[in-house]
Design a protein around this ligand. Structure first.
Ligand SMILES: Cc1ncc(COP(=O)(O)O)c(C=O)c1O
Length: 345
């Protein structure tokens, strides 16, 4: 049975065009800075984000963690949303690798109320308190339902941080989804942050890799921490070729994933036993709850799996369906048919 895999946009497999680009990539030893394809990718993404430099890394987690390490010293405070990936889903790396403590500020939309943020910032003048060195934001915000953060809010936070001489970092794992949705240039978002990341292995469909972009000296430090964290890669041009292919071919088509997510969410919202706790999706992530008196979310997901539809169980009765490159409009209709059979209205 061909499975319809809605668990994540990380499950895509490289298509023949991407594989060809990988096979034909010029390569060298990237730890020596000699991989021409990695160097080209780094130059292209630095340009895309309007930053001085960029660094290709193995994963979104590594992109966040080298950034965190380069922006801070052990004992510093970092402000982030309580549901940010960097706080919740990176295996405690902020504490283990950078020795920072997180101060959580966040609203249900994945953003921050500027007054609430201002109230927790620590200048470092009082020796009782850890100085705030970094503010992290995430756009789109995964665990807020793939929400696109409003530009005005990010601008206000960026201005606040600049005034307080605090660095800013954007976890932009899915920032291209936000840019396509809002029809804005990536550099416009990146200009609000000292550093920005992007994952090639999510909606963009590459098998491996993320980028972090920022000022030249910051990226030089990130390169050192990438090595320290064991992420120096050698003939990584094979992977960078997939990332370059993804940037060229798979960005504007993210709008198709968003349309598929809308269709999916609309039908799920109309089902009498399903609820969308975060409302209609902005992008490609659809979160829903099951409120049937007898059928639990575990039951529903097991029944859907038996029918060839895979979803992620987020716990606490919440499930996530993600549309991506390998999900067609027909796949969405088939998934909805399976939902209606597994959970009759
Ligand atoms: C917002 C966000 N940041 C970072 C990551 C980490 O990416 P990776 O799984 O490549 O480490 C993810 C992964 O889902 C994510 O959703």
């Amino acid at each position: 049975m061909e499975m319809i895999d809605l668990r994540s946009d990380t499950v895509t497999r490289p298509d023949s065009g991407m594989r060809k680009a990988m096979a034909e990539a010029d390569v060298g030893d990237d730890v020596f800075g000699e991989d021409p394809t990695v160097n080209a990718l780094e130059a292209e993404t630095a340009h895309l984000f309007g930053k001085e430099a960029a660094l290709f890394v193995a994963s979104g987690t590594m992109a966040n963690q080298v950034s965190l390490r380069a922006h801070t010293q052990p004992g510093d405070e970092v402000v982030a949303h309580p549901n940010a990936h960097i706080v919740r889903a990176e295996s405690g790396a902020g504490a283990a690798l950078s020795g920072v403590q997180f101060r959580m500020v966040g609203n249900p939309g994945g953003g921050m109320d500027v007054d609430a943020l201002e109230a927790v910032l620590q200048s470092g003048d009082d020796h009782h308190f850890a100085p705030t060195r970094l503010i992290c934001m995430e756009n789109t915000h995964n665990f807020a339902g793939g929400r696109v953060l409003p530009m005005e809010m990010m601008e206000a936070i960026s201005n606040l941080a600049k005034g307080a001489k605090i660095a800013t970092h954007l976890d932009g794992a899915r920032v291209m989804n936000a840019c396509v949705k809002q029809d804005i240039q990536p550099a416009k978002v990146a200009a609000l942050f000292d550093s920005i990341t992007l994952c090639f292995s999510k909606g963009l469909g590459a098998p491996v890799g993320s980028i972090v972009a920022g000022e030249r000296d910051f990226i030089r430090q990130c390169r050192r921490y990438r090595k320290m964290f064991g992420g120096g890669m050698r003939q990584a041009g094979i992977l960078a070729a997939a990332a370059r292919f993804a940037l060229k071919h798979n960005v504007s088509r993210l709008a198709e994933d968003h349309a598929n997510a809308q269709r999916l969410a609309q039908a799920l919202a109309e089902h009498p036993y399903l609820r969308l706790p975060y409302g209609m999706p902005d992008t490609n992530l659809v979160f829903f709850q099951c409120v049937h008196p007898e059928i639990t979310m575990d039951d529903l997901l097991a029944a859907l799996k038996a029918k060839g539809v895979l979803l992620t169980n987020m716990g606490a009765g919440l499930a996530r369906a993600v549309t991506h490159l390998d999900i067609s409009p027909e796949g969405v209709e088939q998934s909805l048919k399976a939902v209606n059979e597994a959970l009759p209205a």
